[in-house]
Design a binder for this molecule. Structure first.
Ligand code: NAD
Ligand code: MG
Length: 364
């Protein structure tokens, strides 16, 4: 049932392996890359649930491992933790020709990828993503970063992994809310460019989210395939890669307005943001209302938020949200950049959206 997805980037090409129980094969898969001591960077939650077994399968292949367990949470994507991590990687004795392993969600993947990208001018790293979000999104494409007080992901490098191993069984221990937040990026990938995949999700999302092996493997693998194709055509986001921001202009504004407080997870913001992007597209006469309704019906069916009123607590005002968008990095020459839809599976990037239309959508 395992699917192998090649990411074609010339000398930086690599493979994504998606399948149930793949951790048990991680030793064999990593062995060709593992020269010398191999640090395994993870967070405290993942360490508690999955680290011992992971260490075991690597040791079975004779790999010398050095576990490094960091605090769980977005706060770990910081300069302070980067410095700590680099100290521990150096202490583990990892070399230019060696390998660093990131075992965890997007926080661990982004931080470890960045450390690997700058340590000794670049060391190979492997991604073992353990959240749905990291399996379908952050582990694919080579963007790494930490946050600074001025904003999220502002300091980082492009550093492609040498291999990605996504074991869909580890999603079984993920809290439901995190699983659904990751699923927003799955829906996004389908909605932005693959109508057949979207139709498939309409029929199979419930099974996938309940962990039925065939369904979850296909859901993850299709999203990876889509993202891998986009990254292969536009590695540095000079064009098509920006489509992956569908729902994100609105989503980031909602995250900012709710204060990154746990009131709204990133994927929840993206879920509402996608609904708003489709509503805006309908308002501008670009997209049939039926496609927007279909998207929202799917989000609701799986239990995801699809309207600003779904956010608990005080409703952020349109003015606050528009101000947040104006501060976002998705602003070019003073214009708000949106990914808009012509239908489900067909989207485009535009900087040509009247603010009044945006305000109207935010008022509903
Ligand atoms: P995360 O890494 O914080 O993981 C979410 C929570 O789940 C954490 O508490 C973690 O400890 C826990 N967890 C992880 N795996 C688990 C498992 N199998 N069972 C139980 N608990 C588990 O967050 P995330 O949602 O995976 O990633 C979010 C980060 O990814 C953000 O920092 C975001 O900026 C980044 N990101 C990066 C890219 C990229 O292209 N590099 C793309 C999207 C998002
Ligand atoms: Mg996202």
């Amino acid at each position: 049932m395992t699917v192998h997805i090649p990411v074609s980037l010339g000398t930086r090409s690599y493979g994504i392996h998606v399948g149930p129980g793949l951790i048990s094969e991680a030793g064999k898969l990593l062995k060709p890359f593992a020269k010398g001591p191999v640090p395994i960077v993870t967070d405290s939650n993942v360490a508690f649930l999955h680290l011992d077994r992971f260490i075991g399968v690597l040791q079975d292949e004779g790999i010398e491992v050095h576990p490094i367990v960091l605090d769980a949470g977005e706060g770990t994507k910081s300069f302070a933790w980067l410095e700590k991590l680099i100290g521990q990687l150096l202490a583990a004795g990892v070399d230019r020709g060696g390998l660093i392993v990131a075992l965890g969600g997007g926080v661990i993947g982004d931080l470890t990828g960045f450390a690997a990208g700058i340590l000794k001018r670049g060391i190979a790293f492997a991604q073992i993503p353990t959240t749905l979000l990291s399996q379908v999104d952050s582990s694919v494409g080579g963007k790494t970063a930490i946050n600074v007080p001025e904003g999220k992901n502002l300091v980082g490098v492009f550093h492609q992994p040498s291999i990605v191993i996504a074991d869909t069984d580890v999603l079984g221990t993920l809290p439901r809310r995190e699983l659904l937040a990751g699923y927003a990026e799955v829906v996004k990938t389908a909605a932005l460019g693959n109508a057949d995949y979207f139709s498939w999700l309409e029929k199979n999302a419930v099974q996938a989210l309940n962990g039925e092996p065939e369904a979850i493997v296909r859901a993850v693998a299709e999203a990876c395939k889509m993202k891998a194709g986009i990254v292969a055509r536009d590695e540095r986001e000079s064009g098509e890669r920006a489509l992956l921001n569908l729902g994100h202009t609105f989503g980031h504004a909602l995250e900012t307005a709710t204060g990154f407080s746990g009131r709204l997870l990133h994927g929840e913001g993206v879920s509402i943001g996608m609904a708003l992007a489709f509503q805006l597209s309908v308002k501008l006469g670009l997209c049939p209302a039926a496609d927007c309704e279909r998207l929202i019906a799917h989000l609701k069916m799986v239990g995801m938020p699809s309207a600003i009123s779904d956010i608990p607590g005080e409703r952020p005002s349109p003015e606050v949200l528009i101000a947040a968008m104006a501060h976002d990095k998705k602003v070019k020459d003073g214009k708000l950049i949106f990914v808009l839809a012509r239908r489900i599976g067909e989207t485009f990037v535009t900087g040509d959206v009247p603010v009044d239309a945006v305000r109207e959508v935010l008022e509903v």
